[in-house]
Structure formats: C-alpha cells, structure tokens
Design a protein around this ligand. Structure first.
Ligand code: ZN
Length: 215
C-alpha cells in the first residue's frame, strides 16, 4: 500500500463513520444544477458553491472545457437526471493557458515523464521514448479565460442535444480570492431562450431541399 493510499483510506474511514442518512439520498441532484469546471487542485466546487452530497452534478476536466465528453455528461445530467441550470466555471492562472497543442505534442514526442515549467515555458526532462499519439488529441488549451468561457457556453447553448430551457451561466473563479465573477458575454449567450435555441436546433435539422426544376 502506498503512503497516499493509506492516507486516503484513513480519511475515508472517518468519512464513512459519519455518513448517516446520506446513504438514503436519491440519485437525481436535489438542487437540479450542474457545474462544469477545471480539475485544478485549488478549486473545490463543493466549498466555493456550497454543495452537499446529493445537491448537484460536478463535471471536471482539464480547463473545465465543453469537450464532447463533458457534453455527454451534461446531456445525461439534464435528460435523465433533471438538471436545468448549468454553470461553466473557468479560472484565473489556469494551467491550460501555459501551453498550446504544439507544445504538448513536442513534449510528449520526447518523453512521457513529467515536464518542467520554467521562465521560458515547458521543457521536457525525461529520458524517452515519447509518443506521437499526442498529435491526435485536441488538448483544448486556453488563450483567454473570458473567451474560453464564452466559447464553451456558446457550444453548449447551440448544441443539438441541449434544449433551450436549460439556463447556462459562464463564470470565472479567481484562485487568489475564491470569488466567482460572471462573464457578461457568456451570460448573454447562455440564458435560457427557447425561441433562439429552438431556431438553432431547427437549423441543424433543415432537410436538404430538392433542386428546383429549371424553367
Ligand atoms: Zn485550470
């Protein structure tokens, strides 16, 4: 057993001993909302959003991006488990701002060991071999925090599997203060607007018109 594993199981023992009535919670989130956010270790959605077990869905990945897999989870969250309000939360000082697809591809091509971040950016220090498989991954890096929030809220808003009456919020979390700030442009894009989203859905399903016979 590794030291970390031992610590984790000790913490779990304490937690399970105080579990009590939480064993009877229903599966659907009681507060009917979901948070999509970054995996960054400094972010604790339960703490910054006031969540208890059974309250909400939290979907996390690198950057908190609306990737295909995040969308898979959110669609299940709404379609099968009844959430109707989603929060996209990106944050200041995100690691996803420190590299590009090209950076990651070059690092992985050299070795699979943990790289180092210096004043000149990422540097690979592993012995190798690496792999070219990173060429086939869209790493969904972030150039601008607010822009990425808007892009992800927009992708969700106009996704054919996301109905117009799901409200989608876009926020930035500040790792220095713990405070959430709404991204105004994302709020405009994400608000529940049945007509707008339905129009987008219809647009995605416009049948191809047969060519008009020429006169
Ligand atoms: Zn991050």
């Amino acid at each position: 057993m590794t030291p970390i594993e031992k610590e984790l199981l000790a913490a779990n023992e304490t937690y399970a001993n105080g579990f009590g009535p939480k064993g009877q919670l229903p599966m659907p989130p009681a507060r009917r909302f979901a948070i999509l956010t970054c995996m960054d270790a400094r972010l604790d959605p339960a703490a910054f959003a006031g969540l208890r077990e059974g309250d909400a869905h939290v979907i996390r990945n690198a950057g908190g991006r609306a990737s295909d897999d995040a969308i898979r989870s959110l669609v299940i969250s709404h379609k099968l488990l009844g959430t109707d309000e989603w929060f996209v939360v990106h944050h200041t000082n995100c690691g996803m701002e420190t590299f590009t697809d090209e950076t990651m591809r070059a690092l992985c091509a050299r070795s699979l060991a943990t790289a180092q971040l210096g004043p000149d950016g990422w540097r690979d220090v592993g012995a190798g071999p690496g792999s070219n498989e990173a060429e086939f991954v869209d790493w969904l890096t972030i150039r601008d925090q607010a822009e990425s929030v808007v892009a992800d809220v927009r992708r969700l808003r106009f996704h054919p599997l996301v109905p117009g009456d799901v409200t989608i919020h876009g926020y930035l979390y500040d790792v220095r203060t713990g405070r959430l700030t709404e991204v105004a442009a994302a709020a405009r894009v994400g608000r529940a607007d049945v007509a707008e989203a339905e129009a987008a859905q219809d647009a995605a399903h416009v049948p191809v018109e047969p060519a008009q016979p020429s006169a």
